[in-house]
Design a protein around this ligand. Structure first.
Ligand code: NDP
Length: 675
């Protein structure tokens, strides 16, 4: 099968120079990849001219809807992807991580996009900042989609997840994507992109895929493009040093080598649930995807006293792992991705052996089921023990990207922290302890050197998602050796594809530009109460000011009695003497909110369907008995939801009769569309 690239809306493979891609299991040729022949300047131009505008005209909610439809479409076809993936050496459960993990990421971004982003094309970031004494000049940060291309360069180990976990946040941000899969597993990514293209779900130009070399693509990058790379440190550095990256300040997100650690704490000795969890996790990370995970545990750090028990327990577990043809149900671990990768792993193991001994596994003597041990890229799980990890260098710097892990002992938590941090920046570390103070010492000892920490103990044992699984909600990336980049992390990942701009001007102008009313901007007063207006007819800035209500001591006492909230500040004059905030008995904050609703609500049935929450509530001034309050209610922002209703955000200010602000908050209602 000659693989084609998907560029400018068509499948093509003009290159003359063909490279063969071989099965990890049999070494037979499974695909051919042609390098060269594509005009990379045109590829990027097409994304900028067609894909970008097509995506940017959609709102975040519409883009989230595309992700959901895509996830559903791919879910129905995932068996096809499993089938193709076996040739990369992965078992069914490995494929579940790659294929279902990728689809799951689409689902999470679809749902988060709808829940956490507005139904518009830009974001407001943070609060309005007053920048002048008179209030006529304010600041507000806005975040808009970049006008370039998201160039995604992926590693071989996750042809589906890697493509989709990068695609979801970029697409939600409104950026078109050019994805470049690693050649050795490109036939899987190719099948995935074919499915996506056939679905017709994404707008034209939103996704292009380059199979084979990227040629001179980097020469055509501009300041509006983002490169997100996963792979080796060598390639990352080479690409980061490209003159265009520096000249154009192209954003470059890197996720590369990482010598992740699992730390067994002193309290978690043999016989404790945490010891068993540690052993299980280390064995799992060595064997899932034959250890070819950027997050796999490369260093198992245990108290010196527990090292023999750790090695013994791992020997027993790893001894049960059946290696062979990944399509067989009995097989737990397949080969690494190819014979070249096997050579690399064994060469890296040789470097580790200058400081560590193999204590489990023999690369020259192991059995393989349903496959030829020499033609397939098989390696058994190899556990090493480093007797002097403080002085060792390679065990902290050489990444053997296969089923390989080194056990190292420590004395005292400080030493455990020092060893973990010798990785010089890692994607993840997992900590196994049931002692909160040990957990805190380890967390704050190693935190700055890690992108993610997983605290695994008996309480979360059944549900914890694992040391090696990046979750779409949480950041994935790490400092130093791990590349210094960050992906995923919910909406954080979306912001990597957007530009934050500090906007300064008058409240009136900024309100109109951002379609969000700012205090100090002109208000619109109409004859009818704003609750009488349907979603479409309500104008931003439309205001209602209530009549006043005097708060009496009886009101406060009644509220205390009625609700049971008899907190001393509302009921006991004596107890408020010398109080830092209260000049005497004061009204409950919740009483003020309730009275505010009583003052601003227009009670008759109408377009306001429901009140569904308050945001940003602040009580700013206590109210004493016999003081009067009134409320200003202003339409702050509107966000359409569907054909029936939309969300209205109201700016609410409770004031005293002399105009002092008592409380502020955003009220959220759902309003019917149309009359
Ligand atoms: P590479 O760095 O060689 O390749 C990663 C990606 O970069 C591939 O898509 C590759 O494409 C592409 N690439 C390579 N050179 C260029 C270039 N000049 N311009 C544009 N793209 C380029 O890593 P591998 O995937 O081959 O893995 C090698 C090693 O990297 C592993 O053994 C492991 O040690 C480490 N690795 C670490 C990961 C981590 O996150 N910790 C993840 C994966 C790998 P092509 O395949 O066509 O060369």
């Amino acid at each position: 099968m000659r693989l084609e690239s998907f560029v400018r809306g068509s499948w093509m493979s003009p290159g003359q120079e063909l490279a063969e891609v071989r099965s990890a299991v049999t070494s037979d040729v499974v695909a051919q990849v042609a390098n060269g022949g594509l005009d990379m300047g045109e590829v990027l131009a097409y994304a900028r001219k067609v894909g970008g505008p097509n995506l940017r005209r959609l709102t975040f909610h519409q883009r989230a809807e595309l992700l959901k439809r895509l996830a559903l479409y791919l879910s129905e076809r995932k068996e096809q992807l499993y089938k193709i993936s076996y040739q990369t050496g992965t078992t069914r459960s490995d494929n579940f991580i790659d294929v279902d993990g990728g689809i799951g990421t689409l689902f999470v971004y679809a749902s988060k996009g709808r829940r956490e982003l507005p139904n518009s094309t830009f974001l407001l970031d943070g609060a309005v900042e007053p920048l002048s004494k008179g209030g006529s000049f304010v600041g507000q940060h806005v975040v808009t989609s970049m006008h370039g291309v998201a160039v995604h360069i992926n590693a071989f180990n996750f042809p589906c997840w890697g493509l989709l976990e990068k695609l979801a946040p970029a697409l939600l941000a409104g950026m078109p994507i050019v994805t470049k899969p690693a050649t050795i597993t490109s036939y899987v990514a190719h099948a995935l992109v074919r499915m996506i293209a056939e679905s017709g779900i994404l707008p034209e130009g939103a996704l292009q895929c380059i199979v084979g070399s990227t040629g001179d693509l980097f020469d055509h990058l501009t300041c509006q493009d983002v490169v997100s790379f996963t792979g080796s440190a060598d390639t990352a550095q080479k690409l980061q040093r490209h003159p265009v990256i520096a000249r154009e300040s192209v954003r470059f997100i890197a996720e590369r080598d990482s010598l992740n650690a699992a730390i067994l704490a002193p309290d978690a000795g043999p016989g404790t649930p945490e010891f068993d969890l540690f052993v299980k996790e280390v064995a799992k990370e060595m064997t899932v995807k034959a250890g070819q995970k950027c997050t796999a545990i490369r260093r198992a750090i245990a108290p010196n006293a527990h090292v023999p028990a750790v090695i013994e327990a791992l020997r027993e577990r790893l001894g049960k792992v059946r290696i062979g043809n990944p399509e067989l149900e009995s097989v737990r671990m397949g080969p690494v991705v190819g014979l070249g990768q096997r050579r690399d792993v064994l060469a890296q193991v040789a470097k580790l052996r200058s400081e560590a001994d193999i204590v489990v596994g023999d690369p020259d003597n192991f059995s393989v089921e349903g496959a030829d041990r020499e033609r397939g890229a098989f390696i058994p799980p190899l556990l090493l023990h480093c007797p002097d990890p403080i002085r060792a260098v390679n065990v902290h710097s050489v990444e053997a990207f296969g089923p390989v892990c080194t056990v190292m002992g420590y004395d005292g938590l400080d030493e455990a922290v020092a060893l973990a941090n010798r990785g010089d920046g890692s994607l993840v570390a997992s900590l196994y302890t049931y002692d909160p103070s040990t957990a805190a010492d380890l967390t704050f000892g190693v935190g700055a050197f890690h992108g993610r920490l997983v605290l695994i103990d008996r309480d979360c044992a059944k549900e914890q998602t694992g040391h090696g699984s990046p979750m779409p909600h949480m950041v994935h990336g790490g400092p130093g050796r791990a590349g210094g980049g960050e992906e995923l992390g919910g909406m954080r990942g979306v912001h990597h594809y957007m530009q934050r701009t500090a906007l300064q001007g008058s409240p009136g102008m900024l309100s109109r530009v951002t379609k969000s009313w700012i205090k100090g901007a002109p208000v619109i007063e109409k004859d009818r109460h704003p609750f009488r207006y349907h979603f479409d007819d309500l104008e931003i800035g439309q205001t209602f000011v209530s009549k006043e209500r005097t708060i009496s001591l009886e009101d406060i006492e009644h509220f205390a009695e009625f609700t049971g909230d008899a907190f001393y500040a509302h009921t006991n004059e004596e107890a408020t003497k010398d109080h830092p905030f209260f000049p005497g008995r004061v009204a409950h904050g919740y009483l003020l909110l309730s009275f505010a609703a009583g003052l601003f609500v227009d009670p008759d049935p109408g377009p306001v369907l429901a009140n569904y929450g308050l945001d940003n509530l602040r009580f700013l001034k206590p109210v004493q008995p016999s003081e009067a309050v009134k409320v200003r209610l202003t339409t702050k922002a509107k966000s359409p939801r569907n054909e029936q209703y939309g969300e209205v955000r109201w700016d609410v200010e409770i004031m005293t009769d002399t105009g002092e602000t008592v409380a502020t908050y955003d009220l959220l209602t759902m309003n019917a569309v149309g009359s």
